[in-house]
Design a protein around this ligand. Structure first.
Ligand code: ADP
Ligand code: MG
Length: 272
């Protein structure tokens, strides 16, 4: 692990019922870096994030978080949570709950806690819906509240699992810009998973690309190349730039990929 790494993953192997999902995954995220974890549905993004969080035990390998930042200091926004519209929790309450992770018993809030919650609500642009029930907010508004919840204890590392899924184009751009700004402002390293890299390419410092149970990482223009991704997938893929988007297309898809794409019509013409 280099001195400046916020996260270092080394030789990580995770299997379910003997079937490997991650075989030998290795990468680092530097302090304050804004990093995308890209892979098709089922490529192991959630599995990797859970292994980093210590929520599942790898067969082998090592995950190291920046010294001084114990497990509780990782912020986490999980994939797709649906919130009951009648849940009697306001946005402000949800952010305040983020303070309680390391405490015992009934929460007692100090004035400093209240100020911190207020500051986070402001930082994510959630003041105008701070007193509304979270279950009644739009997807983009809920995402802002969950980001504030995850950041309120000022972690050195923030993990977000598909925070852009289910957002419209405008909310996607707003959330990406917000995360980029917060990452710089708080010097928090961000690792954000997504199955579409396009909304992220212009702003990320680093990409970790998952396919065939392995990962390559580096600057986007080093990784998103025909020869690099073909080596990773284990068969020929083409990186194609069309209408301002980057798509990765397999010329001759192996049978298992074809079957997966058939189940997921959104990705018919691209992997991922
Ligand atoms: N708890 C589990 N038990 C068995 N298989 C699992 C479990 N969690 C994930 N998987 C499998 O591991 C693979 C990767 O899943 P996941 O990490 O959720 O991918 P992604 O988040 O990239 O869509 C999938 O084939 C999935 O079915
Ligand atoms: Mg997932």
């Amino acid at each position: 692990m280099t001195d400046t790494a916020a996260l270092s993953v080394h030789g990580l192997r995770v299997s379910f019922s003997g079937r490997p999902v991650l075989k030998d995954v290795q990468f680092e995220v530097a302090a304050g870096e804004f990093c995308a974890l890209i892979g098709a549905n089922g490529s192991g993004k959630t599995t990797l994030l859970k292994a980093i969080l210590g929520l599942l035990r790898p067969q082998s390998g090592e995950v190291r978080i920046e010294p001084g930042a114990a497990g509780a200091r990782i912020g986490y926004v999980p994939q797709k949570i649906s919130i009951d519209p009648y849940l009697p929790l306001r946005s402000r309450d949800v952010v305040a709950l983020g303070l309680d992770g390391a405490r015992w018993g009934w929460p007692r809030r100090s004035r400093a806690d209240d100020a911190r919650v207020q500051e986070m609500l402001e930082a994510v642009g959630a003041i105008e819906f701070a007193e509304r029930r979270v279950g009644q907010l739009s997807g983009g508004q809920q995402q802002r509240v969950l980001i504030a919840h995850a950041l309120v204890r000022r972690p050195r590392l923030l993990l977000l699992d598909e925070p852009l899924a289910n957002l419209d184009v405008r909310s996607t751009a707003e959330i990406v810009a917000l995360l980029r700004r917060l990452s710089a402002q708080y010097r928090t390293a961000v690792l954000l998973s997504a199955h579409d890299m396009n909304p992220l390419l212009a702003v990320i410092d680093r990409i970790v690309y998952l396919a065939s149970c392995c990962a390559v990482s580096g600057k986007a223009d080093e990784v998103i190349r025909t020869e690099v991704l073909s080596r990773l997938y284990g068969y020929h893929v083409d990186v194609v730039r069309v209408h301002g988007r980057v798509v990765v297309i397999a010329a001759h898809e192996p049978e298992e990929i074809r079957a997966a794409l058939a189940r997921d019509p959104v990705h018919t013409a691209q992997v991922p």
